[in-house]
Design a protein around this ligand. Structure first.
Ligand code: NAD
Length: 273
């Protein structure tokens, strides 16, 4: 049916199209970041693959994308160091062009330590990587996106922006802090065509939690904490990121999309009680 002079075709599918966009995914040499980078490249974005210490998998991913019709380049650096973040963004400007999409994915969960028995240096490290890192990257991104009058920032938080987790006060504080950073920044940049959102994964099978899913006892216990009968796959998160950075979510800003298979649904109540 013609609308506004345009001919609409029904039944041809609705695609996520990121052609012409430049995207940076921090920590994309492994786990969630690697899968997110692949999905954004599949959707047509030029992707800046970022690594901290493992260059080889980042190079392999970029080669795969470049050999198969996409465009990617590799950039190294520590997101907790302001000068390294600045130089990553300057290098991306010259090799791919200023970014349209930033996915703040790099993060660590840190050691399990109870407050008081812990080492403050470990706390500071988690906060530096998980909270200061996204802030440093976002401020560089915002400078560029304001000039373009558009852009999207996705902050990968965690169900632990909501759920306390004994032994991980630094991780939970960083992720809850990042969630409020998302909301406040979204408000600040809303007049510039820039959206800022958080994505909170539940338990997704990656190297970060191999100690849990690699052991049958702890894996069984983990499943009791998820309403759906499985751990998440990296693609579960990557698909949701592709939606959030595309025009399919053009009116979504300053909020968190939870991708957790129902971990926040109090699964212990699933069978009554
Ligand atoms: P991962 O260990 O595979 O990935 C973490 C990435 O962060 C790595 O590529 C690593 O190199 C990078 N990184 C670490 N320190 C860095 C630093 N100083 N500078 C730059 N990069 C650094 O684990 P993942 O599960 O893919 O984690 C990705 C993100 O997802 C993290 O922010 C994590 O907190 C979050 N998350 C993961 C899960 C899960 O179940 N896997 C759940 C909730 C949230």
């Amino acid at each position: 049916m013609p609308t506004d002079g345009k001919i609409e075709t029904y039944g041809s599918g609705i695609a996520i199209d990121l052609k012409g966009k430049v995207a940076l995914v921090t920590g994309s040499s492994s786990g969630l970041g690697m899968e997110i980078a692949k999905y954004l490249a599949k959707a047509g974005a030029k992707v800046a693959i970022h690594y901290h210490s493992e260059k080889q998998p980042a190079d392999a991913l970029a080669d795969d994308i470049n050999k198969n019709g996409g465009k990617a380049a590799v950039f190294g650096g520590d997101v907790s160091k302001l000068n390294e973040v600045t130089s990553i963004f300057n290098s991306i400007d010259s090799q791919l062009g200023p970014i349209d999409i930033l996915v703040n994915n790099a993060g660590i969960d840190g050691k399990r330590e109870l407050c008081g028995d812990d080492n403050p240096a470990d706390w500071e490290r988690v906060i530096s990587i998980n909270l200061l890192g996204p802030y440093y990257c976002s401020r560089e991104a915002v400078k560029r996106m304001k000039k373009k009058g558009s852009g999207v920032i996705v902050n990968i938080t965690s169900v632990h922006e909501f759920l306390p987790w004994s032994g991980y006060t630094a991780y939970c504080s960083a992720k809850a802090g990042l969630s409020m950073f998302t909301k406040t920044l979204a408000q600040e940049v809303s007049d510039f065509g820039i959206r800022v959102v958080s994505l909170a994964p539940g338990a997704i099978k990656t190297p970060i939690n191999k100690d849990v899913w690699g052991n049958p006892e702890t894996y069984k216990d983990l499943l009791t904490k998820i309403a759906m009968p499985r751990m998440g796959e990296t693609s579960d998160v990557a698909k949701a990121v592709a939606f959030l950075v595309s025009d399919m979510s053009s009116y979504v800003t300053g909020t968190t999309l939870v991708v957790d298979g129902g971990m926040l649904l109090y699964p212990a109540f699933k069978h009554g009680g």
